[in-house]
Design a protein around this ligand. Sequence first.
Ligand code: GUN
Ligand code: ZN
Length: 433
Amino acid sequence: MMTTLLLGQTLSFTGDPFLQPWEECVLHHAHGGVLVEGGHIRAVGDGQALRSAHPQAQVRDYGRDLILPGFVDAHMHYPQTGIIASWGKRLIDWLNTYTFPEEMRFADPAYAREVADRTLDLALAHGTTTLCSYCTIHEGSVDAFFEAAAARGMRVVAGRTCMDRDTAPEGLRDTAQSAHDESARLIARWHGRGRAGYAITPRFSPTSTAEQLEALGALWAANPTCLMQTHLSEQTDEVEWVRGIYPGARDYLDTYEAHGLLGPRGVYGHVIHLEPREVDRLAEVGAAAIHCPTSNTFIGSGLFDLVGLKGRGVVTGLATDTGGGSSFSMLRTMATAYEIAQIRGHAVHPSQLLWLATEGSARALHLDGTVGRLEAGAEADMVVLDLASTPVIAQRAERARDLWELVFPTLMMGDDRAVRATWVGGQPVARPG
Ligand code: GUN
Ligand code: ZN
């Protein structure tokens, strides 16, 4: 079996820097190494020591570049890649104007595969190695995504987006029964196959009937190792809309809870305009709230309470939400997360941002220990960052007095130009050109 040794600066976490002082959770080697064998990380430590102990290993020396676990994007919509950066609308109009017409095109499996290929190549170019994606209502859109991921050896989570209410347009509507049956077929076909995981995916309460939510709740109960992903309290108009459609519900989360769609493997996107009961229930259950900062500013949704929710014990991940989000880059996403926290009065530390984009998102997807971690036993998905990728970043990094001053300019100003290399399953990804 081939053994590879990556040399560079390494950064890994031994704990959650939101819950402990960050100094106690960070393991940094200025001249580190990551030993890779058979698609897994075998050791992380001092580079020279690993080199001496494993003289047979093929060496890839990244100098002063920073080796991290590959980024984990915990909420995105691959079918929206083609409509990213569409102007001028808030959520409901944005869905009707841009999203739904584009998602109709995924009835064509060839188009679905083309966009899935493009999306995953864009993600890898930005250092993202795991994505949790919505597909469309079309079964073929799910096959296309999982096939494209398998072709690249990527660990992904995805599911068929279900909508049976007349708030969704003709052509993107199913029924409670067909949503259940097609999702069940896809679970049998994909869940646990290679590096694929399935997420049961009701789009959100306003596009599902109570019957459909109930049917998908039953499907989740029958397939408890699946994730369940949906949207929660993204915009105030949406929360009002939900109140009108489900007058008996205690709050937005209750529209899911009442139908078996609240559980520890529940992954809820946006989660901004919450009632106290909703925060309590998410924390009690161990369900995940996914922060989508570039989307929340782009669509004008609001300011996610990162520090507050972490402090209340809510499991939290980080995501681009492309094409609602305005960037594939988890670096841009960390920058916006930082800015939103600043507006809310908190200076989030760079270690906390990096933790969220790797281990935090992996934990939200119940993949912690598997990806998102630079540690022996984890799968060897990595991103290597050039910490001086543009002139402005380079001149700021030059003045750095410590690791965090060196890293922070790249978190704030970096993008795909900072990605020196991406490794998937122990192999470097060939870069275009
Ligand atoms: N809520 C329901 N569907 C969507 C979607 O596709 N994107 C975003 N940002 N919010 C949603
Ligand atoms: Zn979304």
